[in-house]
Design a protein around this ligand. Structure first.
Ligand code: ATP
Ligand code: MG
Length: 890
């Protein structure tokens, strides 16, 4: 059975059990402060378990792209070394939202594995939760009783809280689970050790394939448990492991999920993959695994960067590059060459990769080129460190150095260790771990937040957003809580109905007020500082006031009012990004895809894929088109609840990496110009935008450009500012016809005047020089060779001119010892020149002489033995300095 068939059978099987088959959510988690990446199938359904929304059906199944490289689930360091943990993998899952429970979940799992997939029954083991006294949770008798007739008691394992009790987080839904494990060893091995002994013992061929979670409790903030009113099922099966079991392989990498990629790696590296434990095989597995994580993350909208999720992707990519570099001698970009194979393989399952194959390839390639360069300079730095150590006679690279290499060059500790080993050195592993831990604690401190329990005030099954149609609404408070984060305490309020738009899709959240009523009395007003989404819940962040708890509990209704003027500006900017998007595609080409945006009241920002600078002409053309569309005053055509298939037929632009439901909202400004899937707020007709002006264009990262602009009042203010500058210039220039010409004329005039000034000054210096030549005294040395002396106060315009004068005189007069002083714009300046004869015979040094003289003018300076200069602050001491100079050089 091919992996494609295996996936298909899973979905068909649950479809036949009345499950709705849904799309995988993107890899990157959105609107979930606790999660960077989707790391399990249930992540996209969290809200339904929390009771914050209604699922599209009570039974759902899918295959979900998961990434386990950060947070609670981090398998990164195992990947490549073992054969069954991946960074990115597919999790097949079926769910019951308050529908069926343990009985169906268990019997269906067994039916699928043994009937459909024909896995041998005597190679399967299951676990049930043994209970935990401290937590007050009993043994999962129900699951045991269901499994016993199916597998027999001796195939059941009793699992502890760590393995068999699932919790969403510190608080929230939780419950016991049953895992299914498979034993893939040879009959001889099975005969010598029973598989049961190897379950959960990290044996590569006795692995967990499926986890069935039965959510039946809710954990509260004080850590006590209460039964959930509606019980749910959440299952997750590792697709690649399942393929290994069905295809009777010993490793996930031997299945057809990976064989295509490994073949290309073999060709690039010029050696065979031998499925062993040697480092070249590890490297091939690392590469085959990581290219999937990186490619799918980029096709879901991420780009490698220096922060957050983008940084995680960068690290995964770099890990693969340097395994290739160190163990397969791959010193040229190679990861990007694997993208086409993946794109083809997954074209039907996750088409977003195929749709962006060129973009993904280029982004990876650029990143490879730059990291291979870093790798080169890191190796150089390491060589230097090693030779420094040689000098010190130690054989251990300090932990902090290892950390620095890791942190600044992206040089992992094991690579440093490897190179060190080759040179007969070791690394201070403990010291490195310590430095790493310190950094982690620092970053964790920044990120920690803690949430109090929700205080429920009213029952509701859904929260209604009315903000597309009205800026104000009567509502009830559903619940509120306080959370602690970096900014301090934040009060979060949930309403059953709200006109407040919660930040998403680049558009920032609304602000406004909540007026609180008890009966017909208005008892208070709360300022809404921001509106955010947590999963699908709209959260109003309100200002803390004294007596807040009483106010919220007493209020039986709320009049929620947004700042509508601000919203109008935001809507203008949002509609303008749609017009801009289409104009960019028209001018630059159809490869332009939105990669991010910011839509606020003040400005808009639009990031998109494009590989070169947008020229001034192109920008001007884009701006012209956008403004033309504004003047056409195109009416907004807003359609809600359009089936996704129909929206795609309309040619609506969807964003990669966005999660769309079965029904979407379509925003159209002229069906032949701009049709987008969008949840944001918009102007009723493009004329409301008034005017659009660019304020900037630049690069954000490889292959992604950013355009910034302003609309409406913001654009007007911008234009007014610029016009004010021009009109001031006109005033200054006495109202010329053409300002630019007038400024150019001024500049020309200035440069010709400068030339005249230079010439005049030069002439003056020449005259001065001639006068000075007459003042040179001949000094007949009593105890050495004779020299000429000149000590004078002169009139020159600059320190440079003084220096020039000194040099000119030296060129004219042999053995000249000179001290010149000048008043340069009110500041004293000195120059001292000495002939070699004096330097030698009297052991003088111009630098020292000038230091001495500069004391008179409260200044300092220095230079070479034959020439030095000094500036000072006390002009009245200049003559004294000259007198002292005269003395010294007699
Ligand atoms: P393990 O103990 O093997 O790491 P887990 O307990 O972390 O597994 P779950 O969180 O229960 O696994 O995930 C459900 C299923 O997803 C597992 O039964 C397994 O088949 C699969 N799975 C989990 N982690 C990975 C991974 N890193 N790579 C591939 N498949 C995985
Ligand atoms: Mg795990």
């Amino acid at each position: 059975m091919t992996s494609h068939e295996i996936r298909r059978h899973f979905l068909d099987f649950f479809h036949s059990k009345q499950h709705l088959i849904v799309q995988s959510a993107p890899l990157v988690a959105k609107n979930d402060p606790t999660l960077m990446f989707n790391n399990s199938g249930m992540a996209q359904f969290k809200d339904f378990f929390l009771g914050n929304g209604t699922p599209p059906a009570r039974r759902v199944a899918d295959t979900q792209k998961c990434l386990r490289v950060s947070g609670k689930h981090n398998d990164l360091e195992d990947v490549g070394f073992d054969t069954y943990h991946h960074t990115m993998f597919e999790m097949l899952g079926n769910w019951s939202f308050g529908d069926y429970f343990k009985k169906e979940a268990i019997t269906w799992a067994w039916e699928l594995l043994t009937d459909v997939y024909q896995l041998p029954k005597d190679r399967l083991y299951v676990s049930v939760f043994q209970g935990d006294e401290k937590d007050g949770v009993p043994f999962d008798q129900e699951a045991f009783d269901l499994w016993k007739p199916i597998v027999g008691e001796d195939r059941i394992i009793y699992g502890n809280k760590k393995d068999n009790f699932w919790e969403m987080g510190d608080t929230g839904p939780c419950g016991p689970c049953s895992e299914i494990h498979v034993d893939l060893r040879s009959p001889e091995e099975v005969a010598s050790t029973p598989g049961k002994n190897l379950v959960n013992a990290d044996h590569p061929q006795v692995v967990e394939i499926w986890n069935l979670v039965f959510m039946q409790f809710n954990r509260k903030a004080d850590s006590s448990l209460e039964p959930l009113p509606a019980r749910h099922v959440d299952t997750g099966m590792g697709f690649e492991r399942l393929c290994m079991a069905i295809q009777q392989k010993k490793s996930n990498y031997d299945t057809d999920v990976f064989s295509g990629t490994i073949k290309v790696i073999e060709e690039l590296a010029g050696r065979k993959y031998e499925a062993g434990t040697g480092m070249s095989d590890v490297a091939m597995r690392v590469i085959a695994d990581h290219i999937r994580a990186v490619s799918f993350a980029i096709s879901d909208g991420l780009v490698p960067s220096n922060a957050k999720a983008g940084y995680v992707i960068r690290r995964i990519l770099r890990r693969a590059i340097r395994y290739g570099y160190s163990y397969l001698n791959l010193a040229e970009p190679f990861m990007s060459k694997l993208v086409p194979t993946l794109a083809d393989q997954f074209a039907d399952v996750f088409p977003e990769l195929n749709a962006q194959r060129d973009f993904v390839t280029t982004v990876i390639r650029e990143e490879e080129i730059s990291f291979l360069r870093t790798l080169g300079s890191g190796l150089g730095r390491l060589d230097q460190i090693i030779s420094d150590l040689d000098g010190k006679g130690t054989k251990e690279i300090p932990g902090e150095t290892v950390f620095e290499l890791n942190d600044t060059f992206g040089f992992p500790a094991d690579l440093t260790a490897l190179i060190a080993r080759e040179k007969g050195l070791t690394i201070d592993e403990a010291g490195f771990q310590k430095a790493l831990k310190e950094q982690k604690t620092r970053s964790r401190k920044d990120a920690t937040s803690s949430a109090g329990d929700w205080i429920d005030l009213a029952e509701t099954d859904r929260v209604e957003f009315v903000g597309y149609d009205q800026p104000e609404a009567y509502a009830h408070i559903v619940k509120y809580r306080r959370i602690q984060n970096k900014q301090g305490t934040q009060v979060q309020v949930v309403l059953d109905k709200t006109p407040f738009y919660a930040e998403s899709g680049g558009q920032i959240g609304d602000t406004g007020v909540l007026r609180l009523f008890a009966g017909s009395d208005e008892i208070g007003m709360l300022t809404v500082l921001d509106t955010k989404k947590e999963n699908d819940l709209t959260i109003h962040i309100v200002e803390e006031v004294t007596g807040l708890d009483d106010l919220l509990t007493e209020a039986d209704s709320v009049y929620a009012v947004i700042n509508n003027a601000r919203r109008g500006l935001i809507s203008s900017n949002h509609s303008a990004t749609h017009l801009l998007h289409s104009a960019l595609r028209e001018v630059l080409g159809k490869h332009v895809a939105q990669k991010g945006s910011y839509v606020g009241p003040d400005a808009l920002r639009f990031d998109f894929s494009h590989f070169s600078k947008v020229t001034d002409e192109q920008l001007a053309e884009v701006e012209r088109i956008v403004n033309e569309k504004i003047r056409e005053n195109i009416k907004l055509d807003e359609k809600r609840n359009v089936p996704i298939g129909q929206a795609k037929e309309l040619g609506a632009t969807a964003l990669f990496g966005e999660k769309y439901g079965d029904f979407v909202r379509v925003i159209t400004f002229d069906p032949t110009y701009s049709v987008e899937l969008c949840g944001g707020t918009h102007v009723p007709a493009t004329g409301h935008i008034g005017l659009f002006k660019f304020t900037g264009e630049g690069s954000v990262s490889t292959g992604i450009r950013r355009i910034e602009g302003k609309t409406s009042a913001g654009a007007e203010a911008l234009v007014n500012e610029q016009m004010a500058v021009v009109s001031e210039l006109k005033d200054l220039l006495k109202a010329p016809k053409d300002v630019v010409k007038a400024v150019q004329a001024l500049l020309d005039e200035r440069s010709s005047l400068q030339k005249q000034v230079d010439a005049l000054q030069n002439e003056k210096v020449q005259q001065l020089k001639n006068q000075l030549l007459d003042k040179i005294e001949s000094m007949n040395g009593t105890a050495g060779p004779s020299h000429s002396r000149l000590v004078e106060r002169v009139d020159v315009p600059s320190a440079d001119a003084l220096k020039q004068l000194a040099y000119d005189l030296k060129a004219k007069v042999d053995n000249l010892a000179l001290v010149l002083g000048a008043d340069i714009n009110g500041k004293p300046q000195l120059a001292v020149m000495l002939p070699d004869s004096l330097i030698q015979s009297r052991n003088l040094n111009a630098g020292q002489v000038i230091k001495e003289l500069a004391k008179n003018i409260k200044g300092g300076g220095g230079g070479q033995p034959f020439f030095a200069t000094a500036g000072g602050t006390d002009l009245s001491g200049l003559d004294a300095a000259l007198a002292q100079g005269k003395e010294l050089l007699s």
